[in-house]
Design a protein around this ligand. Sequence first.
Ligand code: ADP
Length: 320
Amino acid sequence: MVKTIGVLTSGGDAPGMNAAVRAVTRAALSKGIKVYGIRRGYNGLIDGDIVELTSKSVSGIIQRGGTCIYTARCKEFRYDEGIEKGKQKCLEFGIEGIVVIGGDGSFRGAADLSAKGINCIGLPGTIDNDIQCTEYTIGYDTAMNTAMEMIDKLRDTAQSHNRCTVVEVMGRNAGYLAVNVACAVGAEAAITLEEPYSIDDIIKELFEAKEHGKNHYVIVVSEGVGNAENIAREIQEKTGIESRATILGHVQRGGSPTVRDRVVATEMGCYAVNLLEQGIGNRVVGMKASKIYDCDIQEALAMKKPFETNVYNAINITAF
Ligand code: ADP
């Protein structure tokens, strides 16, 4: 019978992490399991920055962005010495299992700790939706909606001034956010790492759009491609259309989570506690065919995720 578990958030933050912490805490308490919040990711595990979470201590957080137990990157945890220190802290606090909310990097740490006998369950938390084993990650929907709202505003001013607005959205290694947001704002083009692009082709599209009567243009660029300033400059030089670049940046990581992020976080949090209660570890909770499921961490890390080619193609078809 599992008596005590921990929960931590690690890597980049994402809206809905609080909802997941709340769900893990309350699901565990409902089973008579004590819960510790481990602060600042794996750093808190190494330093013993660990606090008991009660039902009350997670009240009023479901609607808040960020993470109330803080997040961080922890270099030490990449090495056996750090993981061993983490294990010792678990033994000291009586922590038998941990729910790790984060991305691929955080799951590697969770696998290492599981191998040392502390059962860990990974929950996918990242605005990039770039975790291979799951269709959906906590924070993705909120970030997409934030980016969409910001670009709608940029579009207003682009329209007033007959400009082209080139917007960089987050996603260092993946263009899921860029491609979906581009589709949602009616952009002329999405530039992502996954699909080859040429500025000359995009310029051709802009001219075609102009011929169809368009007087303003939106191009969405994913962070991994970068160069929004250069792209805007090149478009302006080659077309004569006044072009401006905007990098949305960290605004996409904050804000109150959407319904989807709160619900998925809550469901996944409860699911993770069920696994730990059964003495199961080294698993990642994900979503497949819209259902919550779990898989082995190593298998999860080795999976490949298809790009959203249909959404990408739909942008071009519907651009004008
Ligand atoms: P994310 O979880 O969002 O992918 P990172 O890649 O920065 O973010 O990883 C978060 C943390 O997970 C790291 O700072 C480190 O503590 C831990 N981690 C990352 N990779 C490993 C690894 N190979 N072994 C053990 N721990 C790791």
